[in-house]
Design a protein around this ligand. Structure first.
Ligand SMILES: Cc1cc2nc3c(=O)[nH]c(=O)nc-3n(C[C@H](O)[C@H](O)[C@H](O)COP(=O)(O)OP(=O)(O)OC[C@H]3O[C@@H](n4cnc5c(N)ncnc54)[C@H](O)[C@@H]3O)c2cc1C
Length: 455
């Protein structure tokens, strides 16, 4: 048994939602487009899961954060797909793909054929490594291990797995929210100090848990940390397995050109799984951020629908995060020498990255809309920087003056406002914890400068 569509999107996350929206904007007929997703719900804004979703009061819940609320556009609830004649095949995993025959085989045994395929399979959390590293931790009674934030929705099959001492298998456990609530006043350990770990730590504090953040290295040294719950956020791996040996891979993802088109001209890749040429840094990158997922999705659809009118994707890497009352944005590349500026004990501080005498990356904490636009524009313009001491003294003023002098300011792409509407009021009683996190943010900014990462 099989069905045929003109356009098929495999994966039902952020990129899929934005791609569907773009298809509708550009015109798609009834029954032409289909989305196949392993998740049982329509595409939603994933950043909400480590922010508004975890708040103890008035937490964000679906349908409030379906795509495309992250960019203040319409909310695509299941009804929207129906109204636009888009087939949503939910709760269905694609088991295999044959790009030569242009077919997909689902776990339910259905063969789906396409004219154009958009791969939006995102990434999966790192699990095996994590379990190995974690084994001695199981000595504690009732340690609850929550596996990666990607699966923080209550209905996902991986939900909150729990490992009990002496057991090697994983037993399904209640939702993270239930776990947090049952541990109120207890101790939580967050493994992994990236942005997700930090956002999660903030949410746990808001839920009245005492939080310790550690890295895997700490765990190996024999230290024992009291823990009622443990959250692990140690990174992800792109879901490329359906296409291994069929499409060209690079940087761990599916290699695409500036039109998001893979080595097979009928197959496009978007979001976390796509490795695309990032013009501003002059190399192919795979980005794991929501803004890139949204924009690469829109670009791929434009390239499919209007190939002659669509140029190369010219994306300025952008990333944002929020913890407590703190929020920051990062643009460009964290390569070269880092120059910190501002008052690290105050509200506004940041960092610039200078590579080969040019500004290539900017980070700003606590900026205004105008300042964020300025650092975005300055980073894209890559001005020459000769005096690092002067740059440090000028701080954000440097970016403001560069953007003011810019001959023809291009429309800035400041983050798309992602997540803003999902944020809820924060709590005064966590001010002290906020200060601790502020210190972490400063360390985070410093760390950016020390370590070259994928962006
Ligand atoms: C908790 C959390 C918080 C985040 N916060 C931020 C943030 O603050 N700022 C930021 O910039 N970024 C953030 N991100 C990252 C951002 O959300 C991702 O970059 C973005 O979701 C990538 O979109 P995507 O569509 O490529 O992948 P995803 O949104 O992960 O979607 C992938 C989809 O593919 C489906 N799928 C995979 N394989 C198959 C298959 N074989 N068959 C069928 N379906 C399949 C999955 O079920 C899923 O629906 C966060 C991510 C998480 C998990």
């Amino acid at each position: 048994m099989g069905r045929a569509f003109v356009y098929v999107i495999v994966g039902g996350g952020v990129a899929a939602g934005y791609a569907a929206h773009e298809f509708v904007k550009r015109g798609v007929s009834q029954g032409e487009l289909c989305i196949i997703s392993e998740e049982p719900v329509a595409p939603y804004e994933r950043p909400a899961l480590s922010k508004g979703y975890l708040l103890p009061e008035a937490p964000a819940r679906l349908p409030s954060f379906h795509c495309c609320v992250g960019t203040h556009e319409e909310r695509l609830a299941p009804k929207w797909y129906k109204e636009h004649g888009i087939e949503l095949i939910l709760g269905t995993r694609v088991k295999s793909a044959d790009v030569r025959r242009k077919t997909l085989l689902t776990a339910t045994g259905e063969t789906i054929s396409y004219k154009y395929l958009i791969v939006a399979t995102g990434a999966r959390y790192m699990l095996l490594l994590l379990l190995c590293n974690f084994s001695h931790f199981l000595m504690y009674e009732n340690v609850q291990v929550i596996l990666e934030l990607v699966v923080w929705l209550p209905w996902t099959k991986f939900n909150f797995d729990c490992i009990r001492p002496g057991q090697v298998d994983i037993i399904k456990r209640p939702k993270l929210v239930n776990v947090m609530q049952s541990c109120t006043g207890g101790n939580a350990v967050v493994i992994g100090g990236g942005y997700i770990g930090m956002e999660c730590a903030a949410s746990l504090v808001i839920n009245k848990l005492n939080v310790t953040m550690v890295t895997a290295v700490n765990l190996r040294d024999g230290n024992k940390l009291p823990a009622d719950m443990v959250v692990i956020g140690i990174g992800i791996r792109p879901n490329t397995s359906l296409f291994e040996g069929q499409l060209t891979m690079e940087k761990g993802g599916i290699k695409v050109n500036g039109k998001m088109q893979s080595s097979n001209s009928s197959v496009y890749a978007i979001g976390d799984v796509a490795a695309f040429p990032v013009k501003v840094v002059g190399e192919t990158r795979r980005l794991e951020h929501v803004d890139s997922a949204r924009k690469s999705a829109r670009h791929a659809v434009a390239a499919i629908k209007e190939p002659e009118k669509t140029g190369e994707f010219d994306y300025l890497p952008f990333f944002y995060s929020r913890v407590f009352t703190l929020s920051w944005q990062f643009y460009g590349d964290n390569a070269g020498e880092v120059v910190h500026f501002g008052d690290f004990s105050g509200n506004t501080f940041g960092a610039y990255w200078i590579h080969k005498g040019q500004l290539v990356g900017s980070f700003l904490e606590g900026g205004t809309k105008e300042q964020y636009e300025a650092i975005a524009q300055a980073t894209r313009l890559k001005p020459k920087v000769e005096d690092l001491t002067e740059l440090e003294r000028l701080g954000v003023e440097f970016a403001l003056s560069v953007s003011e002098k810019a001959p023809s300011p291009r429309p800035t792409e400041v983050g798309g406002g992602s997540g803003v509407i999902l944020e809820k009021p924060l709590y005064a009683w966590h001010a002290a914890a906020g200060v601790i996190v502020a210190a972490s943010v400063a360390a985070f900014a410093y760390w950016y400068g020390r370590r070259r990462r994928r962006w």
